[in-house]
Design a protein around this ligand. Sequence first.
Ligand code: SF4
Length: 475
Amino acid sequence: MLQSSAEFKTNATGALADVPLQNALAFARPNFSKKRQAAYDKLPEFEALREEAMAIKNHAIANLDFYLETYAAAVQKSGGHVHWCSTDEDARQAVLKICQAAGAKTVTKGKSMVTEEIGLNDFLAQNGITPVETDLGEYVLQLRHEPPSHIIGPAFHLSRAEWEKTFREQHTGLAADRVFAERRDILTEARGIMREKFLAADVGITGANFLIAETGSSVIVTNEGNGDLTQTLPRVHVVVTSIEKVVPTIEDTLSLLRVLARSATGQDMSVYTTFSTGGRRAGDPDGPEEYHVVLLDNGRSDMVGTEFQDMLRCIRCAACMNHCPVYGAVGGHAYGSTYPGPMGAVLTPMLVGVETSGNLPNASTFCGKCESVCPVKIPLPKLMRHWREREFERHLTPPAMRYGLGVWAFFAKRPALYRLASRAAAIGLGFLGRRRGFFTWLPLAEGWTVGRNFPAPEGDTFFAQYAARQREAQK
Ligand code: SF4
């Protein structure tokens, strides 16, 4: 079940005490960042590619209406259909209509965060259509009735033992002596089930990493090949995606692909990169008879021209969350949103309102690592700060924090007074905490002291020590 972003602090406390989750995070996260760093080190032009990727996306977003219309015309020319959807409800209804027209009973699905965003699985099931996730991680989560905790490694919070337990509970007829010693054993088990589903499906639904305006193609990258089977075997292929995925040309797409996999998993390229343009043509040996693109806005066009426009550059590589100390401590479910981590902290308030998701832009240390690894250079800390400003303007910030910020602003505007007050506070707290060396409670700092002790200041303030060093250096 999806936790609520309004309960982020409670969720985070639970996540910190969740030993299996902490073990999974400790195991998986460093791998992502090490592999990304190795890929970065191997490619001297990585920084230049980031600049290029940023420029491509900026250009596409600045001309979004033009490229979307060009894309839609190209899809129609290749025999496909584009369904424009302003809201998540529009998108759900569009998919349902296509499935009903196809007489679909079973639908296979490749990994798609947009279908998570619109809650497609539950909606299809409520309407008598069985959705089957075919990405391995998504599949086990579907069996467990859990949402993804990561945008590219949806089940990375689960240990191998938890996978095995889920299969034993959910796969009827599984022999008790069946061994799951290796990852390969899990794959073999899932593959056996999945083959039947692929062949039974009437409709295949995928997402899209990119939409190419000049050709009307959708592009997906996977490491399992499930996306290819999902879109090739059923009679109908539906791409469910969002408007900011459009880029002008194939060349642009190739440039973006060069930074996508390296930033995501450290691979030069994902194992499968598949371009789809329309349905099956005369003489094609296989492929779907119908090709549909359900194109979702859901608040994205409202970001154009605002201080949040940069967020539309996101290519969903997950590097920001793989390097975020907050995500690394609590995992993805604690965010209570489809999109976790720094990118989710910026995007979610846009999709569901800052009134209910205001905790997320505050769930950041502002260390800046997310921005430094983002392949399209999204200034994530700055955008989170903008959300904090909006919260403050709308009086959503708790009164104690507003009061505290007011007091701080008073002193910050008067540097001499600020130095004097901080020095007095440091000396005073240092004196009061001299015996134990820490405080277990401080007024206005309960958010800190509820989980850990607050160290008593030792010596003088930073300003005073820095000034003393400068004087020393000048002697
Ligand atoms: S914000 Fe940047 S780093 Fe994060 S998922 Fe998007 S492209 Fe990747």
